[in-house]
Design a protein around this ligand. Sequence first.
Ligand code: ATP
Ligand code: MG
Length: 427
Amino acid sequence: MSEFKKVAGLTGMKDALPPETARWERLEAIVRDWLAGYGYQNLRTPVLEHTRLFARGIGEVTDIVEKEMYSFVDPLNDERLTMRPEFTAGIVRSAIEHNFLYDRPRRVYAMGPVFRHERPQRGRYRQFHQIDVEALGFPGPDVDAELIVMLARLWRLLGLKDIRLELNSLGQAAERAAHRAALVAHLEKHVDVLDEEARRRMHSNPLRVLDTKNPAMQDMANAAPRLFDFLGAESLAHYRGLCDRLDDAGIAYTLNPRLVRGLDYYNLTVFEWVTDRLGAQGTVCGGGRYDGLIELLGGKPAPAVGFAIGMERLLDLWQQDAPDQDPAECQIYLVHQGDEAQRRAAQIAESLRDAGLRALVHAGSTGFKSQFRRADASGAVAAVVIGGDELASGQATVKWLRAGDAGQGQQESIAFGQLAGKLQQRI
Ligand code: ATP
Ligand code: MG
């Protein structure tokens, strides 16, 4: 035994093992096809960025920047760095840096891990994964609608049920300023019911106070002036334009005037897709318009809109709505006895793969019995047996394994040269 004390993984950072990883890969493949269907292209940014990108981009007084970021000083050059807590700021930085969005508007996406130092619980991890989609350079509600229609299609593709859309409009800066004054006055009037966090935020980010889940503050929040009532004609027209298009597509939505989202950069459209089937962490996807962010991060002003899906939450819901058996390791499991048979089995397996079949050659123990146990456990449809007799006759024994199949337990002989063709036809 080694002296080494075993090391566990980090709290809130999960491993994914087979067969669960097969679901991840399937989801990723479906997502790439789905995005390609709408002309979205992949844009990849590094995990590490300058801390000030997020402090500026997400907003100093958001939860993420205040307390959730994994930040450190690079000891080699004293730079403050942060592991991305979301994709948008990095994508915008990249688009500005490479002049990627000025010649024409762009539809891009990214998929991968993001990092937030939160209290781990179901649906809330410290390393989690997002599918992030951004439409850069588009001003109109048509593209807001495209994103939402597109999401409805993904839920359909996955067979998800009970997922509903909430919408709000955060208007423009002047409308928010007028509302903010009224809201702060309301909060000051009810300061006695505010919890500590709300008191801290009432002047720095009063809109977020309304996002509270504290039951004692619900009456106060419900009675607060609604930003939606401060919207001018243009903002309302944008909202109406979105709703008309959702109606065209037959997508149901509810206006939630308290929906604000946890990042500071949004204006006009914001939305969330929520479900009651994931416990307390019911938001599967959140998004909205952020027309000011590109300029805020040093680019030429350009409008933009996007969303992020939490993949762990999506997978949890998908598992509930479309459970299935563990995927098989292979379709054909090759068992063999003796050195020569092993070498022949390896060659045959290559010919099966040439024919597009998934084949696994037994490795390790030699007894036929334990090899058949492994063949069963692999989930293969058939075992191909190569022993002394088979080598002598040039015919493999094929044993059909899968319960429920007509052929289960049946056995037949097939010439080595015909195996690939015959198995391909039958599987
Ligand atoms: P929440 O209110 O749940 O904290 P958020 O507003 O911080 O969410 P966003 O920054 O909008 O979330 O991220 C987009 C999506 O990423 C969320 O809708 C959710 O599905 C997912 N998500 C956010 N934080 C986590 C986390 N810690 N673990 C797993 N998924 C997460
Ligand atoms: Mg959060």
